[in-house]
Design a protein around this ligand. Structure first.
Ligand SMILES: Nc1ncnc2c1ncn2[C@@H]1O[C@H](COP(=O)(O)OP(=O)(O)O)[C@@H](O)[C@H]1O
Ligand SMILES: [Mg+2]
Length: 254
């Protein structure tokens, strides 16, 4: 069974960047195969890890349903087998990892279905990988739909503001409330500028959050993003990479 690492938090806090760096870390440190799951409908984990997305669960779902509706099931396959096959087709295979993206579901009421599909296939595929890294959607909605079942370590990412920490606390509470099967839960304070970080850490601790660490606001991340380059190209000695790797060194022990 894979070790599952997930990232949650509000939009723009750095979830995708950190999920990309976590994938890079696992490949560099363990050489084991990773399943990267982009559970954000506005898919962009693929950009962070530098691969093209040719299809998503959202984009193939209608086609799969159409195949079933039209009655043209190839070789008398069951609905489940057709889905299995088509979903496997959306997997992007890259060096050291595969990527599965939820994408934007088409039609009304399909959102839940796409969420369920991605959860089911993450569970199904998890046996084939040593690690699963999930980049969650910004809102808290997905949590109530339980896309994040069976997570070993959940990092909630916050920006370096009091408001951000408060939001992170709400997300953390929701995860706890829904009794999602989450092993460890941590807060990461991202994009810290310096002096404020101790205050924010103290504030987070006063709310009962466990702070895994603080990641500095880093020009190297900014420049990589600006040049449209994947996070794998952020220099190894960049302050953000060093800080995040130190967190993973400490917390990623199964
Ligand atoms: N430590 C950091 N230093 C500087 N810029 C960062 C840092 N972390 C994230 N960013 C930038 O912040 C923006 C939002 O990050 P992203 O990972 O896309 O957030 P999310 O996935 O939570 O919406 C991106 O432009 C990213 O390059
Ligand atoms: Mg994102």
């Amino acid at each position: 069974m894979a070790y599952v690492i997930a990232f949650s938090g509000k939009g723009g806090t750095g979830k995708t960047t950190l999920a990309g760096l976590a994938i890079r870390y696992i490949i560099e440190r363990t050489g084991k195969l990773v399943l990267a799951v982009d559970a954000d409908s506005n898919s962009c984990l693929n950009l962070a890890v530098g691969v093209d997305l040719h299809a998503t669960i959202g984009s193939i779902r209608e086609t799969a349903l159409e195949t079933i509706r039209s009655g043209s099931r190839p070789g008398g396959l069951s609905t489940e087998e057709i889905f299995d096959y088509q979903i496997k087709q959306t997997l992007v295979e890259a060096k050291g990892f595969d990527l599965l993206a939820m994408g934007r579901p088409e039609g009304q009421g399909c959102y839940c279905a796409a969420n369920n599909i991605i959860r089911k296939y993450t569970d199904k595929l998890a046996d084939d990988y040593s690690y699963v890294v999930i980049d969650n959607e910004a809102g808290m909605e997905h949590l109530s739909r339980r896309t994040s079942s069976g997570v070993d370590i959940m990092f909630t990412v916050s920006d370096s503001t009091v408001k951000g920490i408060k939001t992170a606390k709400r997300i953390d509470d929701l995860i706890k409330e829904l009794a999602l099967q989450t092993g460890k839960r941590f807060l990461i304070i991202n994009r810290a500028k310096g002096a404020e970080s101790q205050k924010l850490k103290d504030y987070a601790a006063s709310l009962g959050l466990t702070v895994a660490g603080v990641i500095p606001d880093d020009e190297a991340v900014f420049n990589t993003d600006l040049n449209g380059r994947p996070v794998v190209e952020i220099p190894q000695d960049a302050p953000s990479v060093k800080a995040f790797y130190a967190i993973l060194d400490k917390e990623l022990k199964a």
